[in-house]
Design a protein around this ligand. Sequence first.
Ligand code: ADP
Ligand code: 5GP
Length: 239
Amino acid sequence: MGDGEWKRALRAPFPVPCPLFPVPAFPLYMTTVFIISAPSGSGKSTLVTRLMANVPGLMFSVSYTTRKPRGVEKEGENYCYVSREQFECMIGRGEFLEWAEVFGNYYGTHKGILEQAQGRGKDLVLDIDVQGARQLKEQISEAVTVFILAPSRQILEQRLRARGEDRDEVIQRRLREAAEEIRNYNQYDYVLINRDLTESDAILSAIVHAERVRRIRIEDQIQPILETFGFKEVLKDGR
Ligand code: ADP
Ligand code: 5GP
């Protein structure tokens, strides 16, 4: 979007007319929200990318950020890139489900993304930090939260070095930040220790599949089956 378009977009009533998030007229689907957090270098991007490729019916939540695109990142695919001024305007207008300042940049999840997933009949995968996860869980208590942990500090350091993206001082800073973030592991429903990639893929997929068949999430599928057995009354309470 050009600057002029943004200024018009920010003056318009909710929802922000970001082309990514057209809000459907009728939400049709009870989207399950999967929140995934991890200290940098734990393998979160690798595992989330593989999850999206392996498990059907998922939609990745594209966040807004004020940081600049890195490497091969694409606008609208990895993030929607905006200026600090634009982001602050959006905060003021209450357009985020959650937002946080991470490493000096703003990151936020737009409210329209959940409605879009509902309209498309998809479950939503969010890659967000621990502050964002806390805010979202307060609003969507049934959201499923997963914390990814490298097997040790030494292995985290090896993975950061192997990735070859950061200078030594940045790696040392990431390791200090990891120690702080790890303290929050006990806010999460699941902790995935990312030892072997194939094993971690299987665990993450298993979490998604298991959460999708929680009784409460599939009542609408159960009731018609009960009706074929002649039950006329809804038996949700087991009687
Ligand atoms: P994050 O998104 O959490 O910062 P990445 O997905 O970029 O982390 O992973 C950091 C590095 O570790 C990458 O080079 C990735 O290929 C590697 N990696 C991820 N998971 C594993 C694993 N289970 N075993 C070995 N290397 C891994
Ligand atoms: P990166 O700049 O490496 O892509 O992301 C830095 C951190 O910001 C990661 O921990 C990532 O999970 C987090 N992040 C990405 N998008 C959001 C968001 O929308 N909200 C919050 N709270 N954190 C985010």
